[in-house]
Design a protein around this ligand. Structure first.
Ligand SMILES: [Zn+2]
Ligand SMILES: [Zn+2]
Length: 265
């Protein structure tokens, strides 16, 4: 098996999230936020059988990240890694659970990789994001959504990653003009909810200047964003800072309805 990492979003939006990581011949899932059936279908499309998933890492206990986990573990008994805060939101689980700390490094030395966790200010206890470090290729990939803010700690965590799935949740104007009730609008924009396209641009500019070349925009709000707005505004912002798509970086949007052709690093 050749060494390498692939980052493949299976579903990504406020309606459900799951990401497949293929690393040195091992398959991991980050989040299980669609039905077990839908996740199984997406995996098969990517050429992976659900029982070939070696571990599921959960980011936090909101339903768009955990709604399939009970049935998935009942069917496949896949080991689960999550914080205690996240596990408190899950009533039934049918496989071995390894509790992780919010600033943890879980080593899979025999397979040549590590999974790093970092806490986020998202509005639920025990919320983390992950970095997967390939010890064979020396390349990192990050899955960072449900951020609330892009903090200096997150900058340090993601800095130097080869590829990232980065939240680009909402367009400020669409959120402002949109149908959500005022308290929900406030929650999303509060610094403990989600990050806007604008904040995503600033975060990505930092990462591109530090050497990241592959950016997957994810966790778009179906109500307050569109794929076109997220992508166009990203490319326009970077162009204004003399960063050109195809020359300095590649950007894609992760689909909310099924697998997106991923990044290999
Ligand atoms: Zn979410
Ligand atoms: Zn969330």
């Amino acid at each position: 098996m050749t060494a390498g990492t692939e980052l493949i979003p299976l579903y990504s939006s406020s309606q459900g999230n799951s990401t497949l990581i293929k690393i040195n011949g091992v398959n991991l899932l980050i989040d299980c936020g669609k039905s077990c059936k839908m996740i199984g279908e997406a995996l098969i499309k990517c050429g992976v059988y659900p029982d070939d998933i070696s571990a599921v890492f959960l980011t936090h206990g909101h339903s768009d990240h955990i709604q399939g986990i009970t049935v998935f573990t009942k069917k496949y008994h896949t080991p689960v890694y999550a914080t205690k805060g996240t596990m408190r939101k899950i009533t039934d689980i049918y496989s071995e659970v390894t509790y992780i700390a919010e600033n943890d490094i879980i080593s899979f030395k025999e397979h040549g990789f590590e999974v790093w966790a970092l806490p986020t200010p998202h509005d639920i206890e025990g919320s983390v994001v992950y970095k997967i470090r390939n010890l064979k290729t020396k390349k990192d990939v990050c899955v960072m959504t449900d951020l609330g803010q892009f903090t200096p700690a997150m900058q340090g965590f993601a800095r130097g990653s080869a590829a990232i799935l980065l939240e680009s949740n909402y367009d400020r104007q669409m959120l402002k003009d949109g149908p959500y009730p005022y308290p929900l609008k406030m929650r999303i924009a509060s610094g403990h909810g989600h990050i806007s396209n604008d904040i995503c641009h600033e975060a990505a500019e930092f990462l591109i200047r530090e050497g990241t070349t592959k950016i997957m925009l994810g966790h778009l709000s179906p109500t307050n964003n569109t794929e076109e707005i997220a992508l166009d505004s990203f490319i326009r912002y970077m162009k204004g800072r003399d960063l050109t798509e195809g020359r300095d970086y590649i950007v894609k949007v992760a689909s909310k309805t099924g697998p997106t052709e991923g990044f290999s690093v």
